[in-house]
Design a protein around this ligand. Sequence first.
Ligand SMILES: Nc1ncnc2c1ncn2[C@@H]1O[C@H](COP(=O)(O)OP(=O)(O)O)[C@@H](O)[C@H]1O
Ligand SMILES: Cc1ncc(COP(=O)(O)OP(=O)(O)O)c(N)n1
Length: 266
Amino acid sequence: MNCPTALTIAGSDSGGGAGIQADLRTFALNCVHGMSAITCVTAQNTIGVQRVDALPPEAVSAQIESVVSDMGVQGVKTGMMLNSGIIQGVKSAIEAYQLEERLVVDPVMVSRSGAQLLDDTAIEQLKQLIPLACLVTPNRYEAQLLSGIEIKTIDDMKRAAETIYTYGVKAVLVKGGAMLGENRGVDVWFDGETFDLLKTKSVETKNNHGTGCTLSASIAAKIALGKDLKTAVVESKNYVTRALESALDLGEGNGPLGHFFPLLEK
Ligand SMILES: Nc1ncnc2c1ncn2[C@@H]1O[C@H](COP(=O)(O)OP(=O)(O)O)[C@@H](O)[C@H]1O
Ligand SMILES: Cc1ncc(COP(=O)(O)OP(=O)(O)O)c(N)n1
């Protein structure tokens, strides 16, 4: 049986709510074969990140090379990459294997619990990876850092999207999970020509760990399935909303999304 494949280049979350674990679960729910290049291992739960151990950059590059050279990759996402050495290796591999058209960059910098997930010195390397991607998906705080614009309103999100677009990426999605009031959960899409506000319902839950990882993994999976980028984004946004509605009340802090709600409905 033929099966599309998707690759996540990201960190491990021991609690399973974000990172590689959320990505592989999301790939599986899309009936896409998931593959991984692990960048670092976090000791993490619903409360926070207790420890981070990086892999050597060569180990990350070797994982990418192993799967791409043998199995092929139809969709790719990057998540937590931690340091500049890892990002440089990933960029070289993306270029060498010409994965740009199918690359989604989730510019992970800080976790919801406030843990730093990217070294201060690595942001410049991350900025150089972004132009390779077909889509970059910063959250409110990442968009502020990448654009230099303080974000409080939808107009601010739009201006930030325009600025990030000038990096050379094909499209930008500024995510609104951390926006307040009626703007919470409103995402701004900009592709150089069109702005679009992507709205679903705003879900009232503290169990929201892994929303960004899940969104970018779902988009990469749908790219692997051959969907056009905008359709992949819209369908993925809807999936995250449903998974938030079915989120799991585990742990003392922010529990994981209920990725498998479609299986429970059968
Ligand atoms: N409470 C919520 N209700 C509806 N959608 C949400 C909510 N929180 C986050 N989202 C959505 O989840 C996706 C990830 O966004 P966000 O949480 O901002 O990213 P990150 O996890 O990277 O911080 C976006 O589509 C966002 O709109
Ligand atoms: C290993 C790892 N990768 C990424 C994140 C951040 O995940 P994200 O989906 O942005 O979710 P929240 O941190 O907002 O819950 C992470 N925490 N760990």
